[in-house]
Write a protein that binds this ligand. Sequence first.
Ligand code: PLP
Length: 403
Amino acid sequence: MAQKRLPPNLHRDTLAVRAGIERSQYGENSEALYLTSSFVQPDAETSARRFAGTEEGFTYSRTSNPTVAAFEHRLAALEGTEAAIGAASGMAAILMLCMGLLKAGDHVVCSRSVFGSTLSLIGRDFGKFGVETSFVSQTDLGEWRAAMRPNTRLLFAETPTNPLTEVCDIRALADLAHGAGALLTVDNCFCTPALQRPVELGADLVIHSGTKYLDGQGRVLAGAICGSTKLVNDVFGPVMRTAGMALSPFNAWVVLKGLETLGIRIQAHCAAALELARWLEGRPGVGRVYYPGLASHPQHELAMRQQSGQGGAVVSFNVRGEDVQAQRSNAFRVIDDTQLFSITANLGDTKSTITHPATTSHGRLSEAQRQAAGIGQGLIRVAVGLEHLDDLKADLARGLDTL
Ligand SMILES: *Cc1c(COP(=O)(O)O)cnc(C)c1O
């Protein structure tokens, strides 16, 4: 079936719907789902060439699959990278990143505020294999600079962070990395390419947990690394073939279709989150509100510059209380009095979620570590979904009004 070629210079919203399509002989309009583990070869010669990598063609879905490839093309088009490679989950993508780039004796500099499993994977698991990591402040560039060593190979950042929405300066970190011959990787899970494109700011690689906003409806696990064709083909592809953290074609298909509505979903999430953050900021019983879209946010200007003028969909706030115990019981009251919000640590869903970081995502830290990280017992994190905002406000007011 003849394919129409895409015209050049398309807008991102168009690429989200059109990039990566390769129609079968049936001319399906919606993307086909190739739910198959292996591919039949026309003859032994062709098979030999494809296995040797001298001819393009699918052989086995651990190596590549047309539905996964469609997702990879579309995500790369949105991030503005030459290529992307899918993985079974966001953590599988970070595992592939570290396996591909690092060896014993290498050094990593990583923000202290990245996703908890990322901290453990890089710090603990790769520490076991002789990779050393320095964890530094999310926002203090001086700490990053001071941590650099001659063997620093990778800088890893995530912005904004969970749950305090701290923003780091991607361009400044890219300059620091490149001055030292290292690579900068940014986990772009919270903003997605709809708001923030780290490679345009100098980052070398972008990590995605497709589980969050790319799917956007809380259905499947998925992940990806976006970057240059050279790194994807020569460094990460071989890791995928041997380690096998492959993205399932079904999950790739779900997330591929999710990308089509990413732009309008993110705009709606952000508009609701900003209004909710402003509403929370004025309420008695509520202490500090953490949201990059608020003028009171310490990195508000940087965030607006870096994130297409939007704050994202995650809002955190402190409920007041006389002491730590009262703060905790007040936070639990607000959470338990909701009838709409889902009590879950997940995010990036049409359904709004609410969680108490101190006893969930950050529950394994000591109280002293939590204090240092700024995660108090009164802290609540919400990820704003797509329900009507008045219903969400009423759901939070039920508990807040009793404090
Ligand atoms: C959820 C998350 C991950 C891990 O993704 P999974 O798909 O759950 O493995 C990584 N980074 C960030 C910022 C996340 O929120």
